[in-house]
Ligand binder design. Structure first.
Ligand SMILES: C[S@@+](CC[C@H](N)C(=O)[O-])C[C@H]1O[C@@H](n2cnc3c(N)ncnc32)[C@H](O)[C@@H]1O
Length: 210
């Protein structure tokens, strides 16, 4: 279900799509975890879901350049328009990731870079369970979540109103485990391009989901 909070996020990104890319488009931390994801994929030809893909830069762009088939999902019409223009060879869907529907076992990997942190805390557990079903057995999830105390925040960000949600690190790790996603690595990392930290995880889908 799309809530008022998610509408704040999609209309906020409609307004700041270009400003976001200018300010946050380059990050050594994002690049490190993108390379982790790429390192888990076959050399080419994997099917990858990019949740909260933004303008498709840099994540979808690097995956497409390697010959992977990318499906990007974003709730912001303006972000999706930019992604389609930047990457005509990928598939981009304008949708709320919390109500998106994909067939079970559709993807070799799912990436969610700085996007689940905009999902209401109470909806993150269900979203994680959905992601697990969308992955093939043995499929990989690389994602960032909030770090520090759980909570939600709505306020001025990049000149628009934005919402952020964080279920808490322990709760996030429990949701991953309960969904049948075995965490291979996790760490809280401070951004190189802003005064903020995120919990990063790399996880693999068990053969049999609970
Ligand atoms: C911080 S940007 C990250 C963009 C890109 N992944 C990156 O690494 O730069 C977050 C993106 O997630 C999208 N997003 C946030 N919540 C979403 C939701 N519930 N469903 C779909 N997209 C969402 C926003 O519209 C925005 O484009």
């Amino acid at each position: 279900m799309t809530t008022d909070k998610q509408r704040v996020v999609s209309s906020g990104y409609d307004q700041v799509a270009d400003a976001y890319l200018d300010r946050f488009g380059v990050s050594a931390v994002r690049q490190k975890w993108l390379e982790r994801l790429i390192g888990r994929l076959p050399v080419t030809g994997a099917k990858v879901l990019d949740l909260g893909c933004g303008a498709g830069v840099p994540v979808a762009r690097e995956l497409v350049a390697l010959g992977h088939a990318v499906v990007g999902v974003d709730g912001s019409r303006q972000q999706i328009a930019r992604a389609r223009q930047n990457l005509p060879d990928a598939v981009f869907v304008e949708a709320d990731m919390c109500s998106a529907v994909f067939e079970a076992g559709s993807f070799d990997a799912v990436g969610a870079f700085y996007s689940i942190t905009h999902v209401p805390a109470a909806q993150q557990r269900r979203l994680i369970a959905d992601i697990a079903t969308w992955l093939k057995p043995g499929g990989i999830l690389v994602a960032s979540f909030g770090a520090g105390p759980a909570g939600e925040w709505t306020g001025d960000w990049l000149g628009t109103t934005m919402f952020f949600g964080h279920a808490g690190e322990a709760e996030t790790l429990k949701s991953l485990a309960d969904a049948g996603l075995r965490v291979l690595d996790s760490s809280v990392e401070t951004q190189d391009n802003e005064d903020a930290a995120f919990l990063w995880i790399e996880a693999v889908r068990h053969r049999d989901l609970p």
